[in-house]
Design a protein around this ligand. Structure first.
Ligand code: NAD
Length: 450
C-alpha cells in the first residue's frame, strides 16, 4: 500500500471515533505490550545484528524503557484524559472554563537507527495514548530492527489504525508530503529542517527530536572517579551513537590528567584491555559513518584508544586532547566513540564556549558544589541533562525529554508524550441565567436577567 492510500484509510478510521475511548486506548497499549514481550528475543537478535548491542543494553535502553513507558501511561491515562477545570476571570462570572485533551488525528513517526526500537515504539505509545492513528517509518540503516518492528505491528494492529512503512529517504519524503495531523521526527538537525519545511506546507504540528554537540563540564571539585565512570558509560555505550551522549568534555586544567587516568580505568573495567575484541562492544552503523569518524582522528592528540577495525566497523573508545574549535571533530556532532577533552581555567570560559554554539540537546555537569551547579544550570540553555551523571534523565518518565533551538522542538515521555500528540482544546461554558448588557453594541450598561 502506498503512503497516500494508507493515510486515507487511517483518516477514515480515525473519523469513526473508534480510537478515542479510554477503554480502546488501554486495550491497544496492552496489545502492544504483549506483542513486545512475546518478541523480546527477536528484538534483541535484531539489535545484535544491526549494532552488536548486548542483551543487557538492549533491555535497559530499548525494550525495558518502552515497557516501563507503557505501564506508566496505563496507570495514569484516565486522569490525563479528563477535561481539566480552570478558573474563570471576573468578567466571566458564573461561566465555567475547561480544557479538553483531544487527539490530533493521524500521526507520522519517523525514527533513526541508533536506538531503532525504542525511538519508534516510545513515540507510538504517546500516539496511541492520545487517541491517534499512526504510521511509523523506521530507519533503513537498521534493517533487522525495521523488519521486526514491521512484523510486530502488522501482527498486532490493523493498518488503518497503526502501520509501518519501511524504506529510506524516498519513502520518508513521500510520507512527509502528505497532510498528516502530526509529525514526530527523531534524527539529525539537517533532516529536521527539511521535515519542518515539509510540515509547513500543511501547517502540520511537529515534534523534532534532534541532535548536536552535547557538552560535559568536569569542575575541579568533582568526584573524578565517578565522573570518569559515568562519562565513559554515557559516551561509549552503543559506540557513542547516542543522541544525548556527551560529545566533548570541558575539564578544569588542574584535574585534566587525573580525569583522563580515571577514564582509562573505567573503560578498561567496562570493555577490557582490548575493547575491539569484547563481544558486546558496539559497532558503527555503516562504512560511511565509520570513515567519517576515522577522519576525526587526523586532528589533535590521541591519548587513549584510537585503533579501529574496518572489517567490523568498530573503533576503540578514544580520547583526544589538543583539539580546537576549528577542527572538524569540534564542528560536527561526533556520534561515535571519540571523546575530545578540552581544558578551561575559569568556569565562565567553559560557559561562554558552550553558549557560543547552538543550544545543545544535553548538558552534563560534574561538581560537588551547589553554587556551581546552580550557576551552570541557570547560565546555559540546553534540552535536558544531569548533574553528576549522564543519560539518566532520559530514563525517567517524569521528566520531559526534548531539545531546544537547534537540538529540537517539543518534548515527550510520560505525560509529555500524551500532550505532544494531543490538542488542548479550550472551552468556556457560559451561563444562560443572566446576561451583561454592556458587552453588546450601543449598550447602555447594566445586567439583563434572562
Ligand atoms: P537522519 O536524520 O539521517 O535520519 C532519521 C530518519 O529520517 C530516518 O528514518 C531516515 O530514513 C529519514 N531521512 C533521512 N534523510 C531524509 C531526508 N532527506 N528527508 C526525509 N527523511 C529523511 O538521522 P540518523 O542518522 O538516523 O540519526 C542520527 C541523528 O539523530 C543524530 O544527529 C542524533 O543526534 C539524532 N538523534 C536524536 C535523538 C533525540 O531523541 N533527540 C535520538 C536519536 C538520534
Amino acid at each position: 500500500m502506498n503512503g497516500s492510500l494508507l493515510l486515507e484509510k487511517q483518516q477514515v478510521y480515525y473519523r469513526t471515533g473508534a480510537t478515542r475511548s479510554l477503554e480502546f486506548r488501554l486495550a491497544q497499549l496492552a496489545k502492544l505490550r504483549q506483542a513486545i514481550v512475546e518478541r523480546e528475543d527477536a528484538i534483541m537478535q535484531a539489535l545484535r545484528e544491526d549494532l552488536n548491542r548486548s542483551e543487557q543494553e538492549s533491555f535497559m535502553l530499548e525494550i525495558g524503557l518502552v515497557l516501563k513507558e507503557i505501564s506508566f501511561v496505563q496507570k495514569r491515562l484516565k486522569r490525563w484524559m479528563k477535561p481539566a477545570k480552570v478558573k474563570t476571570a471576573l468578567t466571566h462570572t458564573f461561566s465555567k472554563g475547561y480544557i479538553v485533551p483531544e487527539p490530533l488525528g493521524t500521526a507520522l513517526i519517523i525514527a533513526p537507527w541508533n536506538y531503532p526500537f525504542q525511538l519508534a515504539a516510545a513515540p507510538l505509545v504517546g500516539a496511541i495514548a492520545a487517541g491517534n492513528t499512526a504510521v511509523l517509518k523506521p530507519s533503513e540503516l537498521s534493517p533487522a530492527v525495521s523488519e521486526v518492528l514491521s512484523s510486530l505491528i502488522q501482527d498486532t494492529f490493523d493498518p488503518s489504525y497503526v502501520a509501518v512503512m519501511e524504506g529510506g529517504v524516498e519513502v520518508s519524503r513521500e510520507l512527509l508530503d502528505l497532510p498528516f495531523d502530526k509529525i514526530f521526527f527523531t534524527g539529525s538537525v539537517n533532516v529536521g529542517k527539511q521535515v519542518m519545511a515539509a510540515a509547513a506546507k500543511h501547517l502540520t504540528p511537529v515534534t523534532l527530536e534532534l541532535g548536536g554537540k552535547s557538552p560535559a563540564i568536569v569542575h575541579h571539585d568533582a568526584n573524578l572517579k565517578l565522573a570518569a565512570k559515568r562519562l565513559a558509560f554515557g559516551k561509549f555505550i552503543n559506540a557513542g551513537q547516542t543522541c544525548i551522549a556527551p560529545d566533548y568534555v570541558l575539564v578544569h586544567h588542574s584535574v585534566q590528567d587525573e580525569f583522563i587516568e580515571q577514564l582509562r580505568k573505567a573503560v578498561a573495567k567496562f570493555y577490557g584491555a582490548e575493547p575491539l575484541a569484547h563481544p558486546d562492544y558496539g559497532r558503527i552503523i555503516s562504512e560511511r559513518h565509520f570513515s567519517r569518524l576515522a577522519g576525526f582522528l587526523k586532528d589533535g592528540e590521541i591519548v587513549m584508544g584510537g585503533r579501529a577495525d574496518e572489517l567490523s566497523n568498530q573503533m576503540e573508545p578514544t580520547v583526544l586532547t589538543k583539539v580546537d574549535w576549528s577542527m572538524p571533530v569540534m564542528q560536527e556532532e561526533i556520534f561515535g566513540p571519540i571523546l575530545p577533552v578540552l581544558v578551561y581555567d575559569e568556569l565562565q570560559e567553559a560557559i561562554d564556549r558552550i553558549n557560543e554554539r547552538p543550544k545543545p540537546l544535553a548538558l552534563y555537569l560534574f561538581s560537588e558544589n551547589p553554587a556551581i551547579q546552580k550557576r551552570v544550570i541557570e547560565a546555559v540553555p540546553f534540552g535536558g541533562g544531569c548533574i553528576n551523571d549522564t543519560l539518566m534523565h532520559l530514563a525517567t518518565p517524569y521528566l520531559p525529554f526534548g531539545g531546544v533551538g537547534e537540538s529540537g522542538t517539543g518534548a515527550y515521555h510520560g505525560e509529555y508524550s500524551f500532550k505532544t500528540f494531543s490538542h488542548m482544546k479550550s472551552v468556556l461554558k457560559q451561563t444562560t441565567k443572566f446576561d451583561f448588557a454592556f458587552r453588546y453594541p450601543s449598550a447602555k450598561g447594566g445586567l439583563a436577567i434572562i
